[in-house]
Design a protein around this ligand. Structure first.
Ligand code: B3K
Ligand code: ZN
Length: 854
């Protein structure tokens, strides 16, 4: 497997300031003519080298004359005289045969593109790298009845009918862009339209395109788009820069969405939402992804990446920006908890396993494998730390300078850091280690107090990761405060301590009472804190800490401590009781704070994951919380349902919080197992006015072990499937609910569902909803006989022939074999070896599987 290395980066030999594309669209046979205006970059005599993949090349011309040179595999090398030239090609491609969903492909009869990272080479010959920026002029031609709407980037030119029922349109994008931001869409589409007037008075026509029947389901996405445009002006001073902004929702899509200039293309899952079909979490995800892609217009498009090693330059920064946006629009505390939960669920395991890499990797085999939680989510945490170190104004000075300096350029993480330094007159030398070192730092903390004097000692270490045995201490903002263990109040101000050394000593004087430390408040640094706090103290902090994140975290740590042993779960029951009764907490926070950590998170905290013991203890604790507080759960359920009366479908933070707490209560009630609870769940299922409520009731029943719930379970599953037949996003939920079920027969159910006519593995959402979800079901995926592993590997091998990106993602769970007992580890390894040995596997999968085995 040949690796590309950051150290080998060379600037492009040839630039392409302008490109004209002429595309005659047809599902089975599309003809692409390209005219590239070339300019030699610097003084050298190297030839032009272009990338192409799967292209049937018809014509190659340089300066109007046919070329003798012909492609050699995926490269085409053309010697060029002079410093400027015009290079032309004509190729034929086959969208309907494209199951990789990269380049130009067909989805539900429409033609769409995905070019990031290296899809443009599947459309035409081009130096397909992000540091070659071009102005695009694109003529699209197609059958008018089949493809009435023809979209591309930039400004729309006049449309014209052509003989034979065809039509054409030309799009011109004034902003130079890398090839990965090129896009086109053709097909039968209807739009929800709106308008946004920018801070300097530009009227922007907004359109979200989808099937006509789904247009009303675009309203939430449209509201989020307008709010994002307003936010980027208000918080970053960044304005939109074209007269139209189009979004298209498509059913078959590898990623969540794509920020193509002026023409975002979305996985329909992140656009279509109404209360009947989308949960509150879906609504939030729609708004977050719409904002994310919109924010890329500045962080990614106007200022782009020099090479793919710099991916976090745009992704980490843009995730941070979308997190800020979501916090601004709803409950900031709950948003922070959700983001940390997601980071710990996906990024921490990645960072402690065979796939660990720094947020700026230094080599890769297949770049598609590096769109990871590390690059995205840890990348966002690194930006968040800069924000904490520089403060709101310093951070803004830094982004202003970054945009001023680099608008229209393809730059590096180093350029970003330099702008932050120069704008603030500071030195980020040590901070740069976050970009170089993989692994989650650990900060261990001890507090000793004598009378009014306390000393806090903080020790940081960064664990070894593949290829990086030795690590240096990092520079991090660590927010902390002291909480009085008598009064329960914060003693003194919160401080942001900048940790730089391996060991940091802090002293506090004149303390009026014994104190407990409240550590890494707001999760100011993406680290694991080891504090060895007594359970009673954790329970105290869970009841008193004034930082919502730290308060939530105290209960999580208490739960980890109790569930890591066979001890009585009584302290958890009491902590939950206290949280439910606290009048100072809102329902949204309570809904988060009474949840036990997931089985996988409990496993991550242990040296070796004891699958059965974790499941048994967590189930016992859930049951104790359910039965020990049954009347409290009924009271909470009734109270929140009453609070919702008349505003069941509202999307205010209060309504979302009420639904959240009511549904958590319902799930504990069904766990407790009374007939009254089953009846309440069934009633809620049938009467629900929102998908949040309907799905919560369905999940509660699906997860119930009780034989008395058997009938209700089967009935709601059948009803749900029938009620939402044909709605892809909802049918995905139906698959996931069964694959994630907390029941011993999950494997059989998944095997049965693999044969269901609705299971279409060529669709990435559907594959993930069944096979991906099953692999996240720790207890039943990790069945001791390895049947879960075999099922996953079989699916992976089959899907790789269709879609390597989809297949490579499925390898991740098997890569965690070192964390399991010897028997399971051997079974997981055996499946990875079977995958590597299977004939014709993609380099996507081979890279993932071989790293996992190394
Ligand atoms: N930039 C895209 C990435 C899609 C590429 C996946 N291979 C989505 C996003 O981060 O906005
Ligand atoms: Zn992004």
């Amino acid at each position: 497997l040949a690796a590309v290395r950051l150290a080998d980066y060379q600037p492009p030999d040839w630039l392409v300031p302008d490109i004209e594309l002429d595309i005659r669209l047809d599902a089975t046979r599309t003809v692409v003519k390209a005219r590239l205006h070339l300019r030699r970059n610097g003084r050298h005599d190297r030839p032009l080298v272009l990338d192409g993949h799967g292209l049937e090349t018809r014509i190659i011309m340089l300066n109007g004359k046919g070329c003798a040179n012909w492609p050699n595999g995926d490269t085409l090398t053309i010697p060029v005289d002079g410093d400027e030239a015009v290079f032309e090609t004509e190729v034929v491609i086959h969208p309907s045969r494209n199951t990789r969903l990269m380049g130009l492909y067909a989805s539900e009869g429409r033609l769409v593109t995905q070019c990031e990272a290296e899809g443009f080479r599947s459309i035409t010959w081009f130096p397909d790298r992000p540091d070659v920026l071009s102005r695009y002029r694109v003529r699209l031609e197609a059958d008018k009845a089949l493809y009435p709407i023809l979209l591309s980037n930039g400004d729309r030119g006049a449309a014209r009918d052509l003989p034979g029922g065809r039509h054409e349109i030309t799009w011109t994008d004034p902003w130079p862009k890398p090839s990965y931001l090129f896009a086109l869409v053709a097909g039968q589409l209807a739009a929800l339209t709106d308008e946004f007037v920018t801070m300097n008075g530009r009227r922007v026509q907004l359109a979200i395109w989808t099937a006509a029947a789904d247009v009303p389901r675009c309203a939430h996405a449209m509201a989020a788009l307008k709010a994002s445009m307003e936010f980027d002006e208000r918080v970053y001073g960044r304005e939109y820069d074209l007269d139209e902004f189009n979004i298209v929702a498509v059913a078959d899509f590898n990623a969540g969405a794509m920020e193509n200039k002026g023409l975002n293309i979305f996985n329909s899952k992140y656009i279509l939402a109404d209360s009947e079909t989308a949960t509150d979490m879906d609504f939030d995800a729609v708004a977050g992804v719409v904002a994310h892609e919109y924010f890329h217009n500045w962080t990614g498009n106007r200022v782009t990446c020099r090479d793919w090693f710099q991916l976090s330059l745009k992704e980490g920064l843009t995730v941070f920006r979308d997190q800020q946006f979501s916090a601004d629009q709803g409950s900031a505390a709950v948003k922070r908890i959700d983001d940390v939960r997601a980071l710990r669920a996906v990024q921490f395991p990645e960072d402690s396993g065979p796939l660990a890499h720094p947020i700026r990797p230094d080599h890769y085999v297949e770049i598609a494998n590096f769109y990871t939680a590390t690059v995205y989510n840890k990348g966002a945490e690194v930006i968040r730390m800069l924000h904490a170190l520089l403060g709101v104004d310093g951070f803004r000075r830094g982004t202003d300078l970054y945009f001023d300096r680099h608008d229209g350029e393809a730059v590096t993480c180093e350029d970003w850091l330099k702008a932050m330094e120069d704008a603030n007159g500071i030195d980020l030398k040590q901070f740069r280690r976050w970009y170089e070192q993989a692994g989650t730092p650990r900060v261990s903390v001890t507090l000793t107090q004598q009378g009014g004097r306390a000393e806090l000692v903080l020790r940081q270490t960064v664990p070894p990761t593949p290829g990086q045995p030795d690590k240096q201490p990092v520079h991090m903002p660590f927010r902390l405060a002291l909480i009085g263990r008598t009064s329960g109040r914060r003693i003194g101000d919160e401080q942001v301590v900048e940790l730089r050394e391996a060991v940091t000593h802090l002293t506090f004087a004149d303390l009026p009472e014994p104190v407990l430390p409240s550590l890494n408040r707001g999760f100011s640094a993406p680290v694991v804190v080891e504090a060895d706090t007594a359970r009673a103290d954790l329970a105290f902090l869970a009841a008193h800490d004034d930082d919502p994140f730290a308060r939530w975290e105290a209960f999580q740590q208490l739960a980890l401590s109790v569930l890591g042993s066979d001890d009585d779960p009584a302290p958890l029951v009491e902590a939950v009781r206290g949280t439910l009764a606290d009048p100072g907490l809102d329902a949204a926070f309570k809904g988060e704070a009474v949840l036990l950590p997931t089985e996988s998170f409990i496993g991550d905290a242990a040296t070796i994951v004891d699958v059965e013991a974790i499941h048994r203890r967590r189930e016992a604790a859930r049951m104790a919380i359910a039965t020990g507080l049954e009347s409290e759960w009924w009271a909470a359920y009734e109270r929140e349902r009453t609070a919702l009366a008349g505003r069941e479908t509202a999307l205010t933070p209060e309504a979302k919080g009420s639904r959240r707490l009511a549904n958590v209560a319902l799930s504990y009630l069904v766990t407790a197992g009374s007939d009254r609870a089953f009846a309440a769940a069934e009633t809620q299922y049938h009467a629900a006015l929102t998908m949040t409520d309907r799905l919560a009731a369905l999940r509660a029943l699906v997860n119930s072990q009780a034989t008395t719930a058997q009938g209700a379970r089967a009935a709601v599953l059948a009803d749900f499937h029938q009620r939402f037949a044909g709605n892809n996003d909802v049918i995905d939920k139906w698959f996931s609910a069964q694959a994630l079920a907390n029941r011993p027969d999950v494997l059989d159910q998944v095997e049965r569902l693999l044969k269901h006519p609705d299971f279409t593995p060529s669709n990435p959402n559907r594959l993930r909803s069944l096979v991906g979800a099953f692999a996240a079901n720790q207890r039943w995926f990790h069945a001791a006989d390895g049947a879960g592993y075999r099922l996953l590997a079989d699916q992976l091998i089959a899907v790789d022939r269709l879609n390597p990106q989809s297949a490579a993602r499925l390898a991740v769970p098997l890569g965690r074999w070192r964390r399991f007992d010897a028997v399971r580890a051997a079974l997981m390894r055996a499946e990875l070896e079977r995958i590597v040995a299977a004939p014709g596997m993609s380099k996507d999968v081979l890279e993932m599987a071989s790293r996992a085995l190394a």
